[in-house]
Write a protein that binds this ligand. Structure first.
Ligand code: IMP
Length: 423
């Protein structure tokens, strides 16, 4: 038995979907434990591109069991849309290979409207959310006022609770200048979705433990990244869940002592979407990557902000996630550069920092301390073995290992499954 967590070490979009897809071959059960349809995992398999938001990417393997755990927030209509698209691409989805936690919270139409309303009210301080209702759904969960997935199997109670909550939120939504909720069509859509999803609902903590008892391997697919974590991220420019490894345990009911391996995923450079500080941001790299058609969000289509690799962030992410391994993706994005920089520390008020400061105000003021590496100026995307990489690429990667104290185990040199090299 070996249970592995794959976690994002930056601001999300590190290419976790691809790494999870690669590791899934040797696992039995793939679990999502936090976040919602704000996530967007792109997986390319045999030339077909699949985009997953809520469903673990293990679903692309027919014989694997996929679990959406209690820590996830679920938009029932969004989930059905995602299922329909995947089924249209020939993917099998049924209660045999997908289970949904009965205690996961539901993202309802009023949560999406509240997301827009609160962002509108924040004005210049807007977080730049994905607009998927994530913050308001988690806020209701913590406020103990949420609706849980078990209600999808109890339509009468669901309808009653839904109407009450639309009613109590409508005034705020309208006052914020956001389109009011159309009560009847919303209720009808939720009830229809409930009917279709009810067969998938169960106690997924029990399902995980039954699988473990049978000697099966579990793979936890984290969504977003360490710096979007509600506790450890660049608060308030974060998402509303624990995206770090602890969240995989609380969000699934699988205890920490049953986790054997943590793989932290990062890009060979850094990106972020939405607002908030970004010490190594660099417009030139952004332009280069966007001109290559890269770094547009899978969920929102937004162009991502881009910059040099930030080893300060990675060092801290490796520490708090307990990561023993690094999976570095998108190395091929740097193929054309003469010079590549790594930020090894920050300078703030005359001091050198090895770890990021805790407030966005201080992070905003940090100056990156860079070291320079020569580019390899060679197309890596067709490489078949790690040992064939140019020495300059190897030494760049070696330096990242030294700076983060984690061992490189997987390397991504392109979007396809076969472009993941084992180190
Ligand atoms: P929310 O999760 O929609 O509330 O958005 C909060 C912040 O997290 C915003 O900056 C989003 O752009 C960011 N975010 C949420 N999900 C993802 C993701 O999957 N990848 C990258 N950024 C994300």
């Amino acid at each position: 038995m070996s249970n592995t967590i794959v976690v994002g070490a930056q601001w999300g979009d590190e290419g976790k979907g691809k790494i999870v897809d690669f590791l899934t071959e040797k696992t039995d059960v793939v679990v999502r434990a936090a976040g919602g349809s704000n996530a967007g995992h792109t997986v390319i398999n045999n030339g077909t591109k699949y985009i997953l938001h809520l469903i673990p990417s293990g679903v692309l393997w027919r014989e694997k069991l996929c679990i959406i755990g209690n820590g996830v927030v679920i938009d029932p209509m969004g989930l059905l849309e995602e299922m329909a698209k995947l089924r249209g691409q020939g993917v099998h989805i049924s209660p045999q290979n997908l289970r949904i936690s009965e205690t996961a919270h539901l993202v309802m139409p009023y949560h999406k409207a509240l997301d827009r309303a609160r962002e509108a009210r924040r004005g210049a301080n807007a977080i730049g959310t994905t607009g998927r209702g994530i913050g308001p759904a988690y806020a209701d969960k913590v406020e103990r006022n949420g609706l849980r997935a078990i209600l999808l199997t109890r339509p009468q109670e669901l309808e009653k609770q839904l109407r009450l909550r639309i009613d109590s939120n409508q005034e705020f939504i309208v006052a914020s200048g956001v389109e009011p909720i159309d009560v009847e069509s919303s209720v009808a859509a939720v009830l229809k979705a409930a009917e279709e999803l009810a067969p998938f609902i169960c106690n997924t903590a029990v399902a995980c433990h039954e699988a473990i008892a049978q000697g099966k391997d579990l793979l936890f697919e984290s969504a977003q990244g360490t710096y979007l974590d509600i506790d450890h991220g660049t608060y308030p420019f974060v998402t509303s869940s624990n995206t770090t490894t602890g969240g995989a345990c609380t969000g699934s009911g699988v205890p920490p002592r049953l986790i054997n391996r943590v793989v932290a995923v990062c890009k060979a450079y850094t990106t972020r979407v939405g607002s908030g500080p970004f010490v190594t941001e660099n417009e030139e790299i952004g332009d280069m990557l966007h001109n290559m058609g890269r770094e547009f969000g899978a969920t929102t289509g937004r162009a991502r902000r881009c910059g040099w690799l930030d080893a300060v962030l990675l060092r801290y992410a490796v520490m708090i996630n307990g990561a023993d391994e690094l999976a570095i993706t998108n190395l091929d994005g740097l193929d054309g550069l003469d010079e590549i920089k790594i930020c090894t520390a920050y300078r703030l008020d005359g001091q050198t920092l090895q770890y990021p400061p805790s407030t966005v105000e201080d992070l905003e003021r940090c100056e990156p301390i860079y070291e320079s590496h020569p580019g390899w100026k060679q197309d890596l995307s067709g490489m078949k073995r790690f040992c064939d990489l140019p020495e300059k690429a190897k030494s760049y990667l070696k330096r990242i290992e030294e700076l983060t104290k984690a061992r490189l185990s997987l390397l991504g040199i392109g979007p396809a499954r076969e472009q993941t090299l084992v180190v």
